[in-house]
Design a protein around this ligand. Structure first.
Ligand code: IMP
Ligand code: MG
Length: 422
C-alpha cells in the first residue's frame, strides 16, 4: 500500500481471490486490470463459496469501491448476471462498481470463433469465453469498447464489418442470426443497465492515490499465462503479470509500491501446454482430491504437480515481486514427503533460468529436492511458530530460493485460515 499489485506467480488459480479479499480489509479501492470471465476467483461469504469472474474480489467488503479497468475484456451479459447474483445475496455490488469506458467487449462472435479454433490443431484448451477473440480485435483495431454500446449506429456498422470478415475467415463457425443490429438489440437492456456504472477509472484511481487512499490492483490468471512472459502459445491473451497492473487501469508504473506474488505450495495448471513438475495421474488424483483442484470457471479437473522453483524465480523477476504469499499449505499436510523442482535439465545438462520457448520447456526434466513431510494439520495455525518444523523448513527454503520474503501462508479457505509472518 498505497498501491499494491496482486499477481499470480504460476498458471493461475493460486488463490488470489482469497488474498485480495483479505487485503481489501485495508484497501479503499480495488481494481481488476486484465482478463475477463475466464477467471474464477473463489471467495467465502457468510459460509457460502462465491465465484467471481469479472467483479473484483474486494466487492464483499462493505463500501469498498471496485473498478474494472481498461485492460479487462467484458462480457456485458455475464457481468450483469454476476452483479445480480451478488445483489441477491445481499451484496450491494452495483453501488460499489465502476467500469472503464475503454475496456473492450466480448461479443457472441468471439465465442463462435473460439469454438472452431478449439476443435482444430491450434487448440490450447481455453475456457471458451471468447477471451482470445476479444483481445485479438483490440490489438487488430476492430474491437468494440464499452463506450461504443452507447452509440448504436457506429456499433452496428463496426460489428457488421467484423462479421463479414469473420464469415470469410471461419466459414464453419456458427454466426447464425448475428448482425450488428441483432447483437445491439439483444444487449439493449444491458446497455441501459451498464451506463450508470461507466466511469473514468484512471482519474478515479489517480485522485484516490493523491488523497493517500489505498489501492489494490487485482490480477487474474498468472505469470505463466501472460501473453508475453508465459508459456506462449499456451497462454491467455492479456498481460497477467504485474506490469499489466498500471497499464490495465490507466496509471504509470511509478505508482506501484508493493507487488504481492501468490503461489500455491504446489502447482496446478488447466488447459494444454508444458508443465515440467506435473505428477503422474495416480499421484495427481490424490492431490486433486485433497486440494479440490477443479476449475472454478469450467469445472475441468486441474493438472497437478509439485512446486517449480525455476518458474517461481522467474515469476519473482518478471513481476518484481516484493512479497510472497503461499496458499494451500494445508493440502500437503498428509504427504510423507514433499518434492520441489530445484532446477531443470535437458538431456542431462543444467538449464539456466526459465526457457522462453514452450517447446524447450517441454523437454525440461526437473531435478528434485525432497523435503520430509510434516504429517500434522496446519489448518489451525495462525502464527509462524504454530507451523510444524518441517513445514517451516520447506517455506524458508522457498523464500530463500525465490529471493522474496513470505509474508502470509494460507492454510484453509476461510478468511481466518491465515498465518501472518511476524
Ligand atoms: P483463455 O484465457 O480462455 O483464452 O484460455 C487460455 C489458457 O489460459 C487456457 O490454458 C486456460 O485454461 C487458461 N486460463 C484462463 N483463465 C484461467 C484462470 O483463471 N485460471 C487458470 N487458467 C486459466
Ligand atoms: Mg481461478
Amino acid at each position: 500500500m498505497p498501491c499494491t499489485v496482486v499477481v499470480g506467480a504460476q498458471w493461475g488459480d493460486e488463490g488470489k481471490g482469497k488474498i485480495v479479499d483479505a487485503l481489501s480489509a485495508r484497501a479503499d479501492v480495488v481494481a481488476r486490470y486484465q482478463g475477463g470471465p475466464n477467471a474464477g476467483h473463489s471467495v467465502i461469504h457468510r459460509g457460502e463459496t462465491l465465484v467471481l469472474h469479472l467483479v473484483p474480489s474486494g466487492i464483499l467488503y462493505e463500501g469498498r469501491r471496485c473498478l474494472i479497468g481498461n485492460g479487462v475484456v467484458i462480457d456485458p451479459v455475464r457481468l450483469r448476471e454476476e452483479v445480480d447474483q451478488l445483489e441477491a445475496r445481499g451484496v450491494p455490488a452495483r453501488a460499489q462498481l465502476g467500469v472503464a469506458p475503454n475496456a473492450h467487449l466480448i461479443l457472441p462472435y468471439h465465442r463462435a470463433v473460439e469454438a472452431v479454433i478449439e476443435r482444430g490443431a491450434a487448440a490450447i484448451g481455453t475456457t471458451g469465453r471468447g477471451i482470445g477473440g476479444a483481445y485479438r480485435d483490440k490489438v487488430g483495431r476492430n474491437g468494440l469498447r464499452v463506450a461504443d454500446l452507447f452509440e448504436r449506429a457506429a456499433f452496428v456498422e463496426q460489428v457488421d464489418r467484423n462479421l463479414e470478415r469473420l464469415r470469410h475467415e471461419y466459414p464453419e463457425a456458427d454466426f447464425a442470426g448475428m448482425t450488428g443490429a441483432s447483437l445491439h438489440d439483444a444487449l439493449r437492456g444491458h446497455v441501459e443497465w451498464l451506463e450508470p456504472l461507466v466511469c473514468d477509472v484512471s482519474s478515479e484511481l489517480f485522485e484516490a492515490l493523491r488523497a493517500n487512499r489505498r489501492v489494490l490492483l487485482e490480477g487474474a490468471q498468472g505469470t505463466l499465462l501472460d501473453v508475453d512472459h508465459g508459456t506462449y502459445p499456451y497462454v491467455t491473451s492479456s498481460s497477467a503479470s504485474a506490469a499489466g497492473g498500471p497499464l490495465g487501469v490507466g496509471l504509470g508504473p511509478n505508482v506501484v509500491d508493493e507487488v504481492v506474488g501468490v503461489t500455491k505450495a504446489y502447482t496446478t495448471r488447466v488447459g494444454l501446454g508444458p508443465f515440467p513438475t506435473e505428477m503422474p495421474e495416480g499421484e495427481a488424483a490424490h492431490l486433486r482430491e485433497a486440494g479440490e483442484e477443479y476449475g472454478a470457471t469450467t469445472g475441468r479437473p486441474r493438472r497437478c504437480g509439485w512446486l517449480d522453483m525455476p518458474a517461481l524465480r522467474y515469476a519473482a523477476r518478471v513481476n518484481g515481486l516484493t512479497q510472497l504469499v503461499v496458499t494451500k499449505l494445508d493440502v500437503l499436510d498428509a504427504f510423507d514427503e514433499v518434492r520441489v523442482a530445484e532446477r531443470y535439465e535437458i538431456d542431462g545438462r543444467v538449464v539456466v533460468g526459465f526457457p522462453t520457448s514452450a517447446r524447450m520447456l517441454d523437454r525440461c526434466r526437473p531435478v528434485w529436492r525432497t523435503f520430509a513431510g510434516w504429517k500434522a494439520s496446519t489448518t489451525s495455525a495462525r502464527r509462524w511458530v504454530d507451523l510444524p518444523a518441517n513445514a517451516k523448513a520447506y517455506l524458508e527454503w522457498i523464500e530463500r530460493e525465490a529471493g522474496v520474503r513470505i509474508v502470509t501462508v494460507s492454510v484453509g479457505a476461510s478468511r481466518e485460515s491465515e498465518v501472518a509472518r511476524d
